[in-house]
Write a protein that binds this ligand. Structure first.
Ligand SMILES: *Cc1c(COP(=O)(O)O)cnc(C)c1O
Length: 497
């Protein structure tokens, strides 16, 4: 199957889309069509494990990968050494109409592991298929979660390396510790003296620099990106929508063909977009509920059809959703615009030049048939964590709590009894202080460091602390490099020389 750029000026095959990440015209790669998943194919999934389901879904998209390659990749990615639950994305029942899908059982305790455990395998194969002899060197700028997930995904994957830049004073203590203690022979972590924007701008400059490409080439390396706009990160996320449906059938909570809703805590729009793709393939999804925090640019867009970045940026309790430009929305716009790349170019130019664009009422309504959006502030988030723990004995992280709160609003407004699956994107222990605050109040966290908060949370809730959090205190620091914001290129080179 071919992949088109959303801006209309590039067409490649699957492995090239994975290897390149972004299209040369600045657009995002989208599949030429959405392969329909027949009822028999759906029924085939019921009896399979997660890796088997993943292989079935991936095969219909990655046409220039062989079945054997895909089978091998998914077995390596979704193995018991990597995930602490054999079901990979286990479903938990909250009440008759509400289930939670836990996407945080991977090595870094956040949902990005599901895609970033698989992407390195797809990348490595893509390099071979396209005659790329050089080492594929991944560069990532991170505000926290993505960096660690990329490092764990690419760690010790032959033919690749992964270098992560993080803002020296811009990530949490736990996030920093998670990164600087990373093992593996091909991982590099560098602190940038600056904020996240400095790190991100620096990485973009490196991608655009011919002289840097030459220096890397001289060392037998070619640059690539593990950013969430890479189609290789999107396609693994389609899998768990199908898998959730299969699990609900097996649990006799639904019958084949019954509609379900998914409620998704959203930042860059990658996770929820994968749900839209699953729906286009025939999965019976009624509504996709888009949950935002106080940075509610998507809520406003879904309500008005106007996307505007003229707004204040807030730091919230759900930092992975603190985003004003949702890159993956471009893929939804492409469908809403009847795949008119020229129109996407106009909107994206307006966004760049004026900070906003409007898709018009008709297209807004078309999007609104599937998507519904609302938001939760910090107070709503803490209250939701408290409620879910005390009423349902379910411990949620702040991102998941945003979604859970928004689902309540949806039901109040729409009175829709359809069974709904809430996507849980992070372990509560990744944000132990705030979760403890939610469960036990402000006083409970007084004078506690992040480790003490985790221990207190375990004591109060009885929910076991993941070993990744427990180990963090004792792991040796392996990465201590620091660089000025205008010296990121030399910093990368000195890691390799
Ligand atoms: C990245 C992330 C999100 C947002 O996902 P998008 O695909 O960017 O919408 C939500 N929760 C957590 C914990 C994340 O790490």
């Amino acid at each position: 199957m071919a992949y088109f750029s959303t801006r209309g000026e590039s067409c490649v095959i699957a492995s090239q889309a994975v290897l390149r990440g972004l299209a040369p015209d600045g657009g995002l790669y989208v599949p030429a069509m959405f392969p329909a998943f027949a009822p028999e194919q759906m029924a085939d999934l019921y009896g399979k494990d997660y890796a088997g389901r993943a292989a079935d879904v991936l095969k219909v998209y990655l046409e220039d990968y062989t079945s054997a390659e895909i089978e091998q990749a998914v077995r390596a990615a979704y193995s018991p050494e990597r995930f602490d639950d054999p079901r990979i994305t286990p479903l938990k029942k909250l009440d008759d109409a509400t289930w939670i899908m836990e996407l945080f059982h991977g090595p870094t305790l956040a949902f990005k592991d599901i895609a970033l455990q698989l992407l390195p395998h797809l990348m490595k194969l893509a390099a071979v298929k396209n005659g790329e002899q050089r080492e594929v060197s991944i560069l990532v700028a991170t505000s926290g979660d993505t960096g660690k997930a990329a490092l764990e995904g690419f760690r010790d994957v032959e033919g690749t390396s992964c270098t992560v830049f993080y803002p020296m004073d811009g990530v949490s203590d736990v996030q920093k510790l998670q990164m600087v203690t990373t093992g593996g022979n091909n991982t590099h972590v560098i602190a940038v003296k600056g904020n996240f924007d400095d790190a991100q701008t620096g990485v973009k400059e490196l991608f655009n620099s011919e002289s840097f490409a030459k220096e890397m080439d001289a060392r037998g390396k070619v640059l690539s990106s593990a950013n969430s706009i890479n189609f290789g990160r999107l396609v693994p996320q389609i899998v768990y929508y199908f898998s959730a449906y299969a699990d609900l059938i097996n649990a006799r909570a639904i019958a084949p063909g019954d509609p379900v809703n998914f409620c998704v805590p959203t930042g860059n729009f990658g996770d929820i977009l994968a749900g839209f793709y699953a729906r286009n393939m025939g999965l019976p999804i009624n509504k996709l509920i888009c949950a935002s925090n106080r940075n509610n640019v998507l809520t406003d867009f879904l309500n008005t059809g106007i996307y505007s970045t003229h707004r204040t940026f807030f730091r919230t309790l759900s930092p992975s959703m603190d985003i004003l430009v949702s890159s993956n929305l471009e893929r939804l716009l492409y469908e809403a615009a009847d795949r008119d790349g020229a129109l996407i170019r106009v909107w994206m130019n307006q966004l760049k030049e004026c900070g906003s664009y409007s898709v018009g009422e008709q297209r807004r309504d078309w999007i609104g048939d599937v998507f519904w959006g609302d938001c939760a502030d910090n107070k709503d988030t803490l209250l939701e964590i408290r409620k879910q723990f005390h009423e349902n004995h379910y411990l949620m992280d702040p991102h998941t709590a945003v979604a859970s709160h928004v689902l309540r609003q949806y039901r109040l407004q729409r009175n829709d009894p359809t069974l709904t699956i809430v996507l849980s994107t992070a372990s509560p222990y990744k944000f132990a202080a705030d979760v403890l605050r939610g469960v036990a109040g402000e006083d409970a966290v007084k004078d506690l460091d992040p480790f003490a908060c985790s221990e207190e949370l375990e004591r109060i809730t009885g929910m076991p602390m993941p070993k990744q959090v427990r180990e963090l205190r004792d792991l040796p620091v392996r990465h201590t490099a620091v660089c000025e914001r205008d010296a990121m290129g030399p910093a990368v080179i000195s890691e390799f020389d």
